[in-house]
Each structure stands twice: as structure tokens, then as C-alpha cells.
Write a protein that binds this ligand. Structure first.
Ligand SMILES: Nc1ncnc2c1ncn2[C@@H]1O[C@H](COP(=O)(O)OP(=O)(O)O)[C@@H](O)[C@H]1O
Ligand SMILES: [Mg+2]
Length: 361
């Protein structure tokens, strides 16, 4: 038994009947008690993976182990999994209490009604829905339905909890509140959780680690901060961050990176950050807006198109190479719409990508 590999997925592939390869040789593991976020754009394969873990869908090939044991041939009901579906899937004709008790009073290990009610009440208290016991789902708000779905997923005390975009039906304010509640709930129960989301900010805020997918392939499996500081490739750098990263076309020569109207000396880059030695040619230089700031010795002279206030900071927007770029500045920096400013890049924080997205610096 290896608690670092409480859930282990090896070389998983899923080709749907129509020939679409939704999961392409995916391997990852989840530590016992961790809350791991599966992150990625719509259609990247997140729900497919949850359904395969739950046993609702057969993989085309690959291995899945829970606590060191293969579950590929284990029935869904014997996998000890709780699943919160994206649409909650509550039973509309049943009360909240009946919904939460339901998994306990069906199947071969069913409990007596009083026993089932006692367990249900414990999880209704944990999810703060005790006072809704006699309501029908149709009378509940989205946030309340969400709690009922979570309580129902937890009553059988599963070993693994799967949640598929559980906050996507809630309004923005409630999302912030409930994501914190979910994290503290799963941590207090101690259950190993896979939480699916397409929202990078949500993943960064609650995940012990994040696995970012695109088109059925893992792009990065890492701690949240590394998605900012050390993105594996161009896709990762552009998927994570708010505001999004700025990209500039550059041509590398022996001594310089030449942008359309700026030049960076290779000697000013941090030599130790190069992943490999790279030939001269075309590259993309990417800089997070917080690392491109007004400075008297700036290398990029731009006209400010717009300045947007976002709480404690401002986003300075400018057009470069016909596309919009941004600089994140604090409130005190005196810059206004229409100003001409010099911008400096933090060269120890920029990234260089090849045209096919490989990170080389
Ligand atoms: N039953 C199916 N048959 C064929 N293709 C499917 C089926 N279900 C999902 N897909 C496709 O597989 C890909 C991954 O889908 P899904 O796992 O639902 O993505 P996500 O949850 O990340 O949005 C998508 O391109 C989707 O259109
Ligand atoms: Mg999905």
C-alpha cells in the first residue's frame, strides 16, 4: 500500500464508438486525502475520466488501481466511490432526507431505516442542510441542491469522492463561498477527492495539486504555483493566469532576441533557465502582465489604450503587433489612457516557446 498512489491511473486510453480518442495515454496518481483538481477546457476529457474511474464507462486500455488494487473489472457499486454529478441528479419526488438516505436503503448492504436516517442526519449536518430535511429539491436554490448532492455522495462513506464541475450552476459569489466549504468539508471528512473544473482560478484556490488536460493529454501535473512560475508549455502558460499572459513574436540571432520594436540581449537572460541550447530563428516570448511594468529604462515604448481598475491593481492595456497586451500595475503608478510609457520585462520571469509550443526558456 502506497498512500502517495491511493488512486493510480496508468496509460489510460478511451476511444469512443465513433472513433474519437477522448483520452490519450494518460497516467497520474492521487495521494490519500488529497483534493486534486482535474482542470481543462470543455471537451478535454474530464468527465470521461471520472466516468471511467467510477466504472460507468469502460476504458479502451490502461490500468486503474485504488489503494494498490486493480478495479478495471470491479462493478461500480463495489468501487466505494461517491459521485457528485454536474447536474446533481437529485430525485425530484423525494424529500431532502429521502434523497440523502437513498443510497443506504438500497442494494445488498442496505441498512434499517432508523440507522440510515441517523447516518443521513450526520452528513446533512456537515453540509448544513438539516433544516431542509422535508423540502423537495424543486424548492431549493442551486447552492442547497449542491449540498444535498454532496451529502448523498458521502453517506456510504466512500473512499474516493468524484465531483464533476460542482459549482458551474451557481452564481459567481456563491461559487467562491461554496468552493471553500467543499474544501473544508472534504478535508474534515479526510476523503480523497477528484474535483473537475474548467475554471483555473477555482482549481488554484482549492487544489492540493492540479492536473491540467488538453485534448485528452496531460499538459502539467503539479502544484498550483508551478503553473505560474514554471509552465511546461505554451498551452499551460496561456491557460493559467488572470489577466492572461502577453505573447510577443521574436527572432533569435546569435546575440539578441529581436521583437518588432524592441531588442533583448541574450546576455541579459538568465543562462541557467535555458532548457536546452536553441538554434537561431522564430520564437514566442511570453510574459505575465505582472512582470512587464513601467520603468524609465524600459525597452518597449507603447501608447496606453485603456486602464482598468481591478481591486488593488490596475491593468494597463496596449496594442502591440496588432494584438492587445497588458501590464499589471499598482494603484500608485500614475498612468492614464493615451499616455506614452516605457515598459520593462523581468527577464528572469519571461518564457520562450518554439512555434509548436515547447518551452525552451
Ligand atoms: N459518448 C460519446 N461518444 C463520442 N464522443 C464523446 C462521447 N462523450 C464524450 N465525447 C467526446 O469526448 C471528448 C471529451 O468529452 P468529455 O469527457 O465530456 O469532456 P469534458 O468533461 O472535459 O468537457 C469531447 O470531444 C466529447 O465530444
Ligand atoms: Mg464534462
Amino acid at each position: 500500500m502506497d498512500n502517495n498512489k491511493f488512486v493510480e491511473v496508468k496509460n489510460l486510453r478511451k476511444v469512443y464508438d465513433n472513433g474519437h480518442e477522448a483520452i490519450k495515454n494518460v497516467s497520474f496518481s492521487v495521494k490519500k486525502g488529497d483534493l486534486v483538481c482535474l482542470l481543462g477546457p470543455s471537451g478535454c476529457g474530464k468527465t470521461t475520466i471520472l466516468n471511467i474511474l467510477a466504472g460507468l464507462l469502460n476504458p479502451t486500455s490502461g490500468e486503474i488501481l485504488f489503494d494498490g488494487k486493480s478495479v478495471v473489472n470491479v462493478e461500480p457499486k463495489d468501487r466505494h466511490i461517491g459521485y457528485v454529478f454536474q447536474n446533481y441528479a437529485l430525485y425530484p419526488h423525494m424529500t431532502v432526507l429521502q434523497n440523502v438516505m437513498f443510497p443506504l436503503i438500497v442494494g445488498k448492504n442496505k441498512k434499517s431505516k432508523p440507522e440510515a436516517q441517523k447516518i443521513a442526519e450526520k452528513y446533512m449536518e456537515l453540509t448544513q442542510i438539516t433544516e431542509l430535511a422535508d423540502q423537495k429539491p424543486g424548492n431549493l436554490s442551486g447552492g442547497q441542491q449542491q449540498r444535498v448532492a454532496i451529502a448523498r455522495a458521502l453517506v456510504q462513506e466512500p473512499k474516493i469522492l468524484l465531483m464533476d464541475e460542482p459549482l458551474s450552476n451557481l452564481d459567481a459569489r456563491l461559487r467562491l463561498k461554496i468552493r471553500e466549504e467543499i474544501r473544508s468539508l472534504v478535508k474534515s471528512v479526510g476523503i480523497t477527492t477528484l474535483f473537475v473544473t474548467h475554471d483555473q482560478e477555482e482549481a488554484l484556490s482549492i487544489g492540493d495539486k492540479i492536473i491540467l488536460f488538453n485534448d485528452g493529454v496531460i499538459q502539467q501535473d503539479d502544484l498550483g504555483e508551478n503553473f505560474y512560475l514554471e509552465p511546461n508549455n505554451y498551452f499551460v502558460a496561456n491557460f493559467v493566469g488572470n489577466p492572461v499572459i502577453d505573447n510577443f513574436k521574436v527572432t533569435k540571432t546569435d546575440d539578441e532576441l529581436q521583437g518588432t520594436d524592441f531588442t533583448i540581449k541574450i546576455a541579459d537572460l538568465d543562462e541557467s533557465r535555458f532548457k536546452r541550447s536553441i538554434p537561431n530563428g522564430e520564437y514566442l516570448l511570453s510574459v505575465r502582465p505582472e512582470n512587464i511594468v513601467p520603468a524609465s529604462d524600459g525597452i518597449l515604448n507603447v501608447k496606453v489604450d485603456d486602464v482598468e481598475l481591478i481591486g488593488r491593481e490596475r491593468i494597463l492595456k496596449f496594442t502591440h503587433d496588432d494584438s492587445q497586451s497588458r501590464s499589471l500595475i499598482n494603484l500608485e503608478v500614475p498612468v492614464n489612457h493615451g499616455d506614452q510609457v516605457n515598459l520593462k520585462m523581468r527577464l528572469d520571469r519571461v518564457f520562450l516557446f518554439t512555434p509548436d509550443g515547447e518551452r525552451v526558456y
